[in-house]
Each structure stands twice: as C-alpha cells, then as structure tokens.
Design a protein around this ligand. Structure first.
Ligand SMILES: *Cc1c(COP(=O)(O)O)cnc(C)c1O
Length: 334
C-alpha cells in the first residue's frame, strides 16, 4: 500500500518522484539530511514551528527573513542581505498554499550556490500556470497531518526530481540501510506505515470533492465579507490552482474590533478560529535570542501576525458556516 500510494500520489500531484513519510517533520529533517545542509538556513518566521525546528534539530541555525505583505511568504528581495559565508540553504514556505516567488528565490540560490527546500506542508496539489509548484527548488516536503487538505492522520512526503535522489531518500528514511550487508548513512526511521498508506489511498478517492467543498466555503466567505470595512480577504490568483486549505483574513485597524477581540467574540460563540501564525516562530523562547529574530528585522511579519485570523474551513462545515458569517456581520460596519 505504501508503494501504491507513492505511485498514485506522484501521478495525482504531477511530480516525477515522491517518498512517503510518517509525518511532515520527518520529511523536513530527511530533506536537510539528504542535501547535507550545514551552517545557516534562511527561512520565514511566519510559519508553523516545525519549519525552523527541523533546521535546529539538524544542527543548523535558522536565519529569519521578513515576509511579503501581499503573499505573506518569504520576501525574496530581502534574502540576499542575510546571506553570509555560513549560509548553505533557503527554506521558504508556501504559506496557505500560495506560491512563493520561486523564480526570484531560485535565481538567488543559483547565484550563491545555495540549496532550496520548500516546506510545502500547505501546498498539496497547488499548480501555477498548469504546473505543480512541488517540483520547484531542490526538494519540497508535504504534510499529511489530519489538519491538512489531504491527510493520512499523520503523514508526509518529499518530492524530488530525479531517481538518484528518490533512491537516496528511500535509504535515509530507513536508518540509512542500503542492503542486508551495508548501512551507508546515519539516519532515522521516517517510514509511513501501512495503515497510514491505506487511509491515504481511501482519501485520495475523495480529495477532489473535498477541495471543491472547501472552494465553495471560501467563495461564500468572500461574497459575505466583500463589503465589510477593515477585513482584508484572501484573493484568488488566476494562474494558480488553489486547494483552499485555509481562509486567512487580516483584521485591519478600521475594523471595529481588534483581531484578538474578534477571535474572543467568535470563541465565546463556539466558533474556533485560529491565529495562524501568531506568535511568530521568531518570538518563541528557543529562537528569540537570535539576531535575525529581532522584531525590527521583521516588521511585515510582526504586523501580519498581529492581524491575521484563519476562519473555519473544512469539507464538513456545511450550514454552520452561516453562524460564522452572522457573527462577523454582527460586529462589522458596512
Ligand atoms: C503541518 C506543518 C508541518 C508539520 O507537519 P507534521 O506532518 O505535523 O509533522 C510543517 N510545516 C508547516 C508549515 C505545517 O503547517
């Protein structure tokens, strides 16, 4: 089933090679191991902690780069200033499944001979101009955690572009074992188990339908909130096939409530929105001593973290969506 899911996912996602993992974190750590990353890795603070944890656990140092105010992804124009002689890689995140500026990032990587690992945990099935964005960079990792668009309860994958890398990752997710006689790398156990793979095969049959349901929910939110003053809504990009994994809104100062007040108001009315991604990873105690973690290095990310709120979006939301819409309208001005 592991092999079946690997093959079927590679076809579904239109990628050359894919290795399954027990979770997205193991995929990130194995990707760093595979590319023999060392020293400093430039990344974004506007993400889930797994991104920079994988860098630190690998023995490298994350260097936080500010984000683009429109996409909320790493700001490619600010990467170059952070490169030192210790930099070996860039780890951007396609946040909420919105594609990073992959051309600009890869131009920098070529110029400075850096490797690029995309954390594509949100980017299942995302295409730009008809091509998968998961083939960009040297490697891209996916997460199939229960909260993601496609899930195997826990799970993950690495997308690679050549068979040598795919074979190397097969070893690296299995203790570095080459064959019965030889173990050629020091590596952990990242294998996806058969129960996860069986669940994934079942999920794959309905994932298109689930994405469609998400799309309808996103469209209904956008229609309901278009005229609400002080809410910045996610926009559709014509060239991008989205997966509607998240519905992030930015609560601006012209909205009658602050982001935290809106979050609390929804919560007391039993709607659990999420402050993804607040606090920034750079604000957590293991990271805040780093020079790149200082808020004056990260003004856009800090502002985004203070105003973002992800509204509930999942295929089974159904008529309960109207409650979310009504609650927001109750406190909004048109
Ligand atoms: C979910 C997520 C991960 C971690 O994946 P797991 O499968 O939970 O280990 C990594 N990065 C980002 C951005 C995520 O959202």
């Amino acid at each position: 089933m592991h092999q079946q899911l690997e093959e079927q996912l590679a076809i579904y996602l239109k990628v050359p090679y894919l290795n399954l993992f027990c979770n997205g974190m193991a995929a990130l750590q194995t990707a760093l191991n595979c590319l023999r990353v060392s020293g400093e890795v430039i990344t974004t603070p506007f993400t889930f902690v797994a991104t920079s944890h994988s860098i630190s656990l690998h023995g490298s140092t994350p260097v936080f780069c500010d984000i683009d105010p429109e996409t909320l992804n790493i700001d490619a124009s600010k990467i170059e200033a952070l490169i030192t002689d210790k930099t070996s890689a860039i780890m951007p995140v396609h946040v909420y499944g919105r594609p990073c500026d992959t051309e600009a990032i890869e131009a920098i990587a070529r110029r400075y001979k850096l490797q690029v690992i995309y954390d594509g945990a949100h980017a299942f099935g995302i295409e730009q101009n008809g091509d998968s964005i998961l083939t960009k960079g040297d490697l891209t990792t996916l997460s199939f955690h229960a909260t993601k668009v496609f899930n195997t309860l826990e799970g993950g994958a690495i997308v690679s572009n050549d068979v040598e890398t795919k074979t190397r990752i097969d070893q690296l997710k299995n203790f570095g074992i080459l064959n019965e006689e030889q173990t050629v790398n020091i590596a952990g156990n990242g294998k996806m188990n058969e129960f996860q793979a069986a669940f994934g095969l079942m999920q794959l049959k309905s994932v298109d339908e689930q994405i469609l349901k998400r799309q309808l929910i996103a469209q209904a939110y956008t229609q309901a909130f278009t005229n609400v003053k002080g809410l910045r809504l996610p926009t559709e990009i014509a060239s991008v096939k989205a997966n509607y994994g998240y519905y992030p809104i930015l609560v601006e100062s012209s909205f009658p409530l602050s982001r935290d007040q809106l979050y609390d108001y929804l919560k007391v009315n039993s709607v659990h929105a999420r402050k993804y991604f607040s606090p920034l990873v750079s604000e957590f105690s293991p990271y805040r001593h780093l020079r790149s973690a200082q808020p004056d290095n990260l003004p856009i990310a800090s502002a985004a973290a203070a105003s973002v709120l992800c509204l509930p979006i999942f295929p089974e939301l159904g008529r309960r969506q109207q409650l979310v819409i009504d609650l927001v309208h109750q406190v909004a001005e048109e």
